[in-house]
Design a protein around this ligand. Structure first.
Ligand code: GDP
Length: 174
């Protein structure tokens, strides 16, 4: 007999963006609650997961890491296959990573179609090293019709919000 509480929603979330913007750190922070300065990507691990309760429902979020294969063509189709939501990440300290946002979004859409997506501006703790103006980031997010989250994985700022929003958005469109 299947009871209400046995039903579980599983959401595959792909985390994309240029190298070194903090994708693995974001996943590690959300799933394990830790931040390590020189976290080495685990070879062979496709994703980490965390279970949350949302509106009385158990939701299992599976966060997929590109494992250092940030070149568009290096990322396999299997990485994107069946994704329900996406996080497009850049670093506040890396201009190139910001300029790449549009192509990452396009890539996700090519592979996954229209799925819930957010833009994450990470490393906002590094105020002195910031190279992107707040207004241009906001303009970009508006332009791409994506919600923007400004995070510090290091300081644990706004990390949970990213995934709660995506889970919420996915669930309400089921
Ligand atoms: P990835 O290549 O996108 O997966 O990036 P990583 O997660 O490996 O992070 C690259 C570097 O940035 C690592 O040294 C992290 O410790 C560091 N990092 C990640 N997030 C933050 C953050 O919010 N603030 C600061 N100061 N450093 C961060």
């Amino acid at each position: 007999i299947m009871r209400e509480e046995d039903l579980e929603v599983a959401i595959k979330v792909v985390i994309v963006g240029n190298g070194a913007v903090g994708k693995s750190s974001l996943i590690q922070r959300y799933c394990k609650g830790i931040f390590t300065k020189d976290y080495k990507k685990t070879i062979g691990v496709d994703f980490m997961e965390r279970q949350i309760r949302l509106h009385g429902e158990e939701v299992r979020l599976m966060l997929w890491d590109t494992a250092g294969q940030e070149e568009f063509d290096a990322i396999t189709k299997a990485y994107y296959r069946g994704a329900h939501a996406a996080v497009v990440t850049f670093s506040a300290t890396d201009r190139h990573s910001f300029d790449a946002i549009r192509s990452w979004k396009k890539k996700v859409e090519e592979e996954c179609g229209e799925i819930p997506m957010v833009i994450v501006q990470n490393k906002i703790d590094l105020v002195d090293q910031a190279v992107v103006e707040a207004n241009e980031v906001e303009a970009m997010a508006r332009n791409l019709h994506c919600r923007l989250y400004r995070t510090s994985v290091k300081e644990d700022l706004n990390v949970n919000q990213v995934f709660e929003y995506l889970a919420e958005k996915y669930l309400t469109h089921l």
